[in-house]
Design a protein around this ligand. Structure first.
Ligand code: DAH
Length: 340
């Protein structure tokens, strides 16, 4: 009786193993037939009731049935494992001979973008683009710009001095001097670059910022020329009319000197952190070049005069894009940078 039961169970299990579609089904058969509560395990519990010689025979048969099932289960399991591996390998196949897609494309920093636009504009107006060192001599940063050692104007530019007597330039104006030393008039140049001041950092001040210096030396240059170029510059950058105001401003290297302010584009003039709640942002100090500056660099002031300006490039970028915290620009934060 038990013998019949065993061979029936074996045959039924083998059939199911052969018909299984997945490793999971195989596992289910294993549990049902051979598990602790499985059918064959139940049969072996019945064996205690048998006579000894019968028990030996049935025991053998039971063991043979278990072995046969284990083997069939293992074989099918291996088949399923192998085909799963094949499917995975097919899916993960890589053609190593294909050219690599390369690193993900980055984008130009907003300051760089505006700098390049302004360079293009001024090049089209006949200006050279000059570069100067960030570590400057005291002479180029101050003296040659008509700021002698005891001049109070030095106090307003809190400077990083180096132990060798040089300094981190506090503005891009020293490139004016280098331009005049290198080339003779008529002269049209701009000089974008970084400048440094010992500032306490907040939403509108950084110790490191960008300026764009400009200078034109020619015959009979007037404030009208200066204003023409400044208006052309601002219209190009903002691609619309911006409200500006001109105030007298003092810089030792220009006379007369002006502060050209623009109405704060962030708050529309109602007052915010960037414009220090005044509605206006100092953006474009400028003026007619002080004859002393020309003379110091060996230019004949009987023949030549000029204008100069020092655009705050960092401020300009903040205005154009409505950035209300200067610290974002040098944060290296990709979520910020990807917007440009
Ligand atoms: N160098 C000045 C500064 O950083 C800005 C400046 C003012 C530059 C007037 C000029 C100028 O060329 O004419 O504060």
């Amino acid at each position: 009786m038990l013998e019949n039961q065993i061979s029936e169970l074996q045959a039924a299990a083998l059939k199911r193993i052969a018909a299984a579609h997945s490793a999971d089904e195989i596992e289910a058969v294993r549990v049902e037939a051979l598990g602790r509560k499985g059918a064959l395990t139940q049969v072996s519990k019945e064996m205690g009731k048998l006579a000894p010689e019968e028990r030996a025979r049935v025991g053998k048969l039971l063991n043979a049935a278990k072995q046969a099932l284990e083997q069939a289960l293992d074989e099918r399991k291996q088949e399923f494992d192998a085909s799963a591996l094949r499917a995975q390998l097919d899916a993960e196949w890589i053609d190593l001979t294909l050219p690599s897609p390369g690193p993900r494309a980055g984008s130009l920093h907003p300051i760089t973008q505006i700098q390049m636009e302004i360079e293009d504009l001024f090049v089209s107006l006949g200006f050279m683009v000059l570069d100067g060192p960030e570590v400057e001599t005291e002479y180029h940063n101050f003296d040659a710009l008509n700021i002698p050692p005891e001049h109070p104007a030095r106090d307003s530019q809190d400077t990083f001095w180096l132990t060798d007597g040089n300094l981190l330039r506090t503005h891009t104006s020293p490139v004016q001097v280098r331009g005049m030393e290198r080339f003779s008039p008529p002269l049209r140049m701009i000089a974008p670059g970084r400048a440094f001041r010992n500032e306490s950092v907040d939403a509108s001040h950084e110790h490191t910022f960008y300026q764009l210096e400009g200078m034109m030396i020619d015959r009979d240059v007037s404030v009208a020329h200066l204003l023409y170029f400044m208006k052309t510059l601002l219209t190009e950058v903002f691609r619309r009319e911006v409200t500006v105001r001109l105030r007298p401003g003092f810089f030792p290297f220009v006379e007369p000197g002006f502060e050209l302010d623009i109405q704060c584009v962030i708050c529309g003039g109602s007052g915010c952190a960037v414009c220090k709640h005044s509605g206006w942002v100092e953006l474009l100090p400028c003026g007619l070049v002080n004859p002393n500056v020309l003379r110091i660099s060996g230019i004949d002031t009987e023949k030549w005069n000029g204008f100069a300006f020092g655009l705050g490039l960092t401020r300009l970028v903040m205005m154009r894009y409505g950035i209300d915290d200067i610290r974002l620009l040098q944060s290296g934060e990709l979520r910020f940078l990807r917007q440009f």
